[in-house]
Design a protein around this ligand. Structure first.
Ligand SMILES: Nc1nc2c(ncn2[C@@H]2O[C@H](COP(=O)(O)OP(=O)(O)OP(=O)(O)O)[C@@H](O)[C@H]2O)c(=O)[nH]1
Ligand SMILES: [Mg+2]
Length: 593
């Protein structure tokens, strides 16, 4: 019985109704009959030409309208209206119905009570305001079927188009965050870091939900009861993007998308997205594209098929974007092309590094969690201690503000010059594809003589962040490098407020890159930690070889300069490797003092 009813219902699909009526009365009777026989709600979706575009049968009290991707974003309407039934005789729209109307931007949302006399209500978005809704009813069945929905749509779209032309910029994606509750969570609110990532990627966070679980559900990430709760929360918050705090299996992602009806991206995709929008240099761009393709390859089938109409947004930006639709073979070809180009860049970087080694200035690499203050400290050091001066990138309160390493020269108190390089920040659950792709950049770290591990000591998760950085260092083969730990942002600490757990390994310094407090101490420490392999030379440079003087200034520290008959006599501290070459030019190395 129910089965043949269902068949009759599905027979409605793609059928054409009178486009001016909200609902064909005969079709409505089918719906009502079905619900009164089965106790199950049924929802009919009709487009503006009167075609039935979809039909959803729900459990009692849950209308599964979220399966639909009919929204067009911004302030346009979906071009689809929904008429559904309620078991029993309530002719009123529920809160969920109204939020579905708002969220899906339906042309109209209507309900009919399955019990006699089949009264019902209709609601539509008000032309007056952002998400205001107007409701009419309860109405008699015939009245409801003839509800002038076209008129309300016309009024709404007229007002919306005037709003749209005055609105500035694109509307932000409304992201809802989910994750597992961490057992050892610090004082930080749950999913705080993911929220920062989402905001950095350009979304607004409209809600979060966590579940205490040992490990994620293999099919749906969260448990099924939680998913139900989530679906409601998504409607209420009008979220249009779901971000999951962990890398999802492709099947999990698809399952979640079909359960929630909105786009689902994972933490990795958000990080890749940020990297894509940040990469400036050719190398950075190549690396991000490669990482994106590596991430995409296993996810190629089906991804975004249902949702591609939404266009842009988090997880779709960057150089990989246009390749989404192409097949795997093409992806693989592009990946090997990229690898080739990157190898090329890598060789170039290696040559650079060699020439730097020949200049023998010690290289100090800043490492640390994203937003720890590496760039701020680096610019402070350059502003105060650069021998030549010059601008430097300022820090930004954004995750992954720095992507491409920049190297600067500064002078230590003992008059020794060193190179200091600011690098990309690390993060918990750093996508493996990124670590692999950024190998060249990370090699800068491996090549350093000393690492400055910058820690945001005021961060509630500082200890965990330190561990993350140490783990990544080990992973890239820099685990054995000498490290000087820099506890930064002490200006933000309450007196005695440093986390007792934050006991950094020796050697360490505490400072504020903001106020400059403690920075002199840092330089002294660096000077002491660097292997001192410089010697003082005394050379006579003929007047016709002025270039050599520049050279000496570049590689060392000139202590004394006197003009003699045959040339300029210079006493300078230079790296040992140069001393040999200089001696070859019959210069003398005075006794070291
Ligand atoms: N109060 C305070 N704020 C600081 C200090 N150092 C850095 N900041 C702020 O922290 C934020 C992040 O600084 P950045 O220098 O961009 O951090 P980063 O480590 O380079 O970050 P990424 O490049 O994203 O990895 C900025 O808003 C800085 O102004 C400090 O000592 N005290
Ligand atoms: Mg930075």
């Amino acid at each position: 019985m129910a089965r043949s009813r269902l068949e009759r219902l599905t027979g409605l699909l793609e059928q054409q109704m009178d486009a001016d009526l909200l609902l064909d009365p005969e079709v409505g009777k089918e719906l009502v009959l079905f619900t009164s026989l089965t106790g199950r709600e049924v929802a009919l979706f009709v487009d503006r030409r009167g075609r039935v575009v979809d039909l959803v049968v729900g459990d009692a009290h849950t209308v599964v309208m979220m399966d639909h991707d009919i929204r067009r974003g911004t302030r346009r309407l979906a071009g689809v209206r929904c008429i559904h039934t309620h078991p029993g005789n309530s002719p009123h729209l529920s809160d969920v119905d109204l939020s579905a109307l708002r969220q899906l931007r339906l042309d109209c949302m209507a309900v009919i009570a399955a019990a006699e006399p089949h009264r019902g209500s209709a609601a539509y978005l008000s032309p007056d305001g952002e998400s205001a809704i107007e409701t009419v009813g309860p109405l008699r069945y015939e009245k409801l079927c003839a509800f002038p929905w076209r008129e309300t749509v016309r009024l709404y779209e007229k007002s919306a188009s005037s709003v749209e032309t005055t609105a500035t910029g694109a509307e932000k994606e409304r992201a809802f965050l989910i994750g597992l509750e961490e057992t050892a969570a610090g004082e930080e609110p749950p999913l705080e870091e993911l929220a920062q990532l989402a905001e950095t990627a350009g979304a607004v966070v409209v809600g979060r939900m966590t579940q205490r679980m040992e490990r994620p559900d293999r099919a749906t990430y969260l448990g099924s009861g939680k998913i139900r709760e989530l679906t409601l929360a998504l409607q209420v918050t009008r979220a249009d993007l779901l971000i999951v705090d962990e890398e999802l299996l492709p099947a999990q992602q698809r399952r979640l998308e079909s359960l929630t009806g909105i786009r689902v991206v994972d933490r990795t995709a958000v990080i890749l997205d940020i990297f894509a929008s940040r990469a400036r240099t050719r190398e950075g761009k190549l690396q991000v594209e490669l990482a994106q393709l590596q991430y995409l390859l296993p996810r190629l089938t089906g991804q975004g098929q249902a949702l591609s109409r939404l266009g842009g947004g988090i997880g779709t930006r960057g150089p990989g974007e246009t390749k989404l639709e192409t097949d795997r073979r093409h992806l693989r070809r592009r990946m090997s092309e990229l690898e080739g180009e990157l190898n090329h860049v890598r060789h170039h970087r290696e040559r650079l590094r060699h020439s730097r080694q020949r200049s023998d200035l010690p290289l100090i690499s800043m490492v640390g969690y994203t937003n720890a203050g590496k760039s701020t400290l680096s610019s402070l050091l350059v502003a105060r201690f650069a021998p030549l001066g010059g601008p430097s990138p300022a820090g930004e309160d954004k995750l992954f503000a720095t992507l491409d390493p920049t190297t600067r020269r500064i002078r230590l108190p003992g008059e020794q010059d060193v190179l200091i390089s600011d690098t990309v920040g690390f993060i918990r659950k750093l996508p493996h594809s990124l670590v692999r792709a950024f190998r060249a950049t990370l090699e800068e770290i491996v090549a350093a003589d000393l690492l400055l591990h910058v820690v945001d000591a005021s961060h509630p998760a500082a200890v965990e962040q330190m561990r993350t950085v140490e783990a990544v260092l080990a992973e890239i083969g820099a685990g054995e490098k000498p490290v000087l730990t820099v506890l930064n942002k002490i200006d933000r600490l309450q007196p005695g407020g440093m986390d007792a757990l934050l006991r950094p390994p020796d050697p360490w310094v505490a400072l504020s890159a903001h106020t400059g407090e403690g920075v002199d101490g840092l330089l002294e420490k660096i000077a002491r930690l660097l292997p001192d392999d410089r010697v003082t030379v005394d050379v006579l440079i003929p007047y016709d070889q002025g270039k050599q003087i520049d050279h000496l200034y570049r590689i060392g520290v000139v202590r004394e300069l006197t003009y003699e008959a045959e040339g300029v006599r210079i006493r300078a501290d230079v790296p040992k490797v140069y001393a040999g070459a200089l001696l070859g030019r019959q210069m003398t190395v005075p006794e070291e003092t």
